[in-house]
Each structure stands twice: as C-alpha cells, then as structure tokens.
Design a protein around this ligand. Structure first.
Ligand SMILES: Nc1ncnc2c1ncn2[C@@H]1O[C@H](COP(=O)(O)OS(=O)(=O)O)[C@@H](OP(=O)(O)O)[C@H]1O
Ligand SMILES: Nc1ncnc2c1ncn2[C@@H]1O[C@H](COP(=O)(O)OP(=O)(O)O)[C@@H](O)[C@H]1O
Length: 207
C-alpha cells in the first residue's frame, strides 16, 4: 500500500503475512467492503447503519459500525470541526475502514464528511487496496433534518451556541455520483435496508 499523505517515516517496509484476504473471506463466508454514509446531521446515517448492521447479523454477516460521534470520543478526541480537523478525521477513519475491510468485515462508516475531496481520498485508499467501496448518500433536505433535530444541535446552531455547524454556517458538498442514494425523507427504513442488501449481493460481497 502506498501512503495517501506525505509519510514522515523513512526506512519502513511492508510486511506480508501468510494468511491472505481470500483465506479470511472463506473463513467468514463473505468479502469485506466499506459502506461510507455521508449526509447532513440528522439525515439518518446512524439510523440506517444500525438497521443494516442488524439485517447483516441476521444473515450471519460480520459488520462493524464506525460513527462520527463515537470515534470523536476516542481515537479522534483531539479533533474539532474546522475544515482541517474534519479532513484529518476523515483521513484517519478512511484508513481504519480500509483495515477493517481488508480483515473481511463489512464496515459501516457514518460521518458527515462534508468535503468531496476528503471523501475522494477515502475512495482512492480503497481502490489502492483493491477493496469494494460504496458511497451512500443519506439524503434529506436541511428543513427535514432540522425538523428532526434528534440531538437539539440545529436549535443550538440557530441560536449561535454552536458555530460552524454543517448546513447552517458550514458547507456540505453533495456527492456527485454516489453508488447508493437513500432519500430518507421519502423512503422507509425497510426500503433503505433492502436497497443496501441487494447492492451488496449484486456486487458479490455477500451471498
Ligand atoms: N459544528 C458541527 N458540525 C457538524 N456536526 C457537529 C458539529 N458540532 C458537533 N457536531 C456533532 O458531531 C457529529 C459529526 O461528526 P463527524 O465526525 O461525522 O463530522 S465530520 O465528518 O468530521 O464533518 C454530528 O453527528 P451526526 O448528527 O450524527 O451527524 C453532531 O452530533
Ligand atoms: N427513512 C428514514 N431513514 C433514516 N432515518 C429516519 C428515516 N425517517 C425518519 N428518520 C429519523 O431521522 C433521525 C436521523 O437521526 P440520525 O440517524 O441520528 O442521523 P445522523 O446520524 O445522520 O445524524 C432519526 O430520529 C430517525 O428515526
């Protein structure tokens, strides 16, 4: 694997193992892949990922969720919401997703990931490692997301208590050609799960 940013360390060498990705896939009975959920806060990224995780588990498929809020409690606790910090957030999570996907897990990564360039970096990381990558645009209008306001954050942003909130006073760049487009203000959760499961089947990632 080559680096996606300039690497500081020199004199480092990739060490191959004897157990291959194909070996891991036969052990688990499915391939690994990353589903990258991008969309506004409150668009439904976490809800959709939780529902898909459950549906996959019922089929005996191993998946693992990486969620913005959770990851920011741990490995990315040192990052805020400036454009630079969001970029580093996505870069690190992109690398973590690549590792999990290589381990043959279906990775469900839910991050606002507002910048197209940052998402394209994650796509390139997966392509570089010959791993399936599906960008899932979790799409709903700002008005709908704001009316849901599951954490009361839009209210705070409108009141000026949160600055740089995506959709209010910070940008969200919509995906130009996502592999999957879920319109959560008109589709049901069941339909959304069905679309994702059949796409994984069609691509030969799961049976
Ligand atoms: N300023 C600002 N803008 C956007 N979101 C904010 C902000 N401050 C806190 N939050 C909360 O952080 C969650 C988004 O984290 P992410 O790691 O997904 O963001 S990003 O991809 O780096 O843009 C987001 O979670 P979701 O609502 O699940 O998307 C919010 O709960
Ligand atoms: N079709 C749908 N798909 C996903 N979420 C939906 C849908 N309809 C309504 N919702 C609601 O929208 C909210 C989305 O919140 P959440 O999943 O936390 O969003 P995000 O992770 O993008 O911030 C939840 O309260 C969920 O129940």
């Amino acid at each position: 694997m080559t680096a996606t940013i300039e690497r500081k360390a020199t004199n480092i060498h990739w060490h191959e193992g004897d157990v291959t990705r194909e070996d891991r896939a036969s052990m688990l009975g499915h391939k690994g892949a990353t589903l990258w959920f991008t969309g506004l806060s409150g668009s439904g990224k976490s809800t959709v990922a939780v529902a898909l995780e459950k549906a996959l588990a019922a089929r005996g498929v191993l998946s693992y969720r990486l969620d913005g809020d959770n990851i920011r409690h741990g490995i990315n606790a040192n990052l805020g919401f400036s454009a630079e910090d969001r970029q580093e957030n996505i870069r690190r999570v992109g690398e973590i997703s690549r590792l999990f996907a290589d381990s043959c897990v279906i990775v469900l990564s839910s991050f606002i990931s507002p910048y197209r360039e940052d998402r394209e970096l994650v796509r390139r990381m997966h392509a570089e490692s010959d791993l399936d990558y599906l960008e899932v645009f979790v799409d709903c209008s700002l008005e709908e997301a704001e009316s849901r306001d599951p954490k009361g954050l839009y209210k705070k942003a409108r009141a000026g208590e949160i600055r740089g909130f995506t959709g209010i006073d910070d940008p969200y760049e919509e995906p130009a050609s996502p592999e999957l487009h879920l319109r959560t203000d008109s589709m049901s959760l069941e339909e959304e799960v069905e679309i994702m499961i059949s796409s994984l089947q069609t691509r030969g990632i799961i049976a």
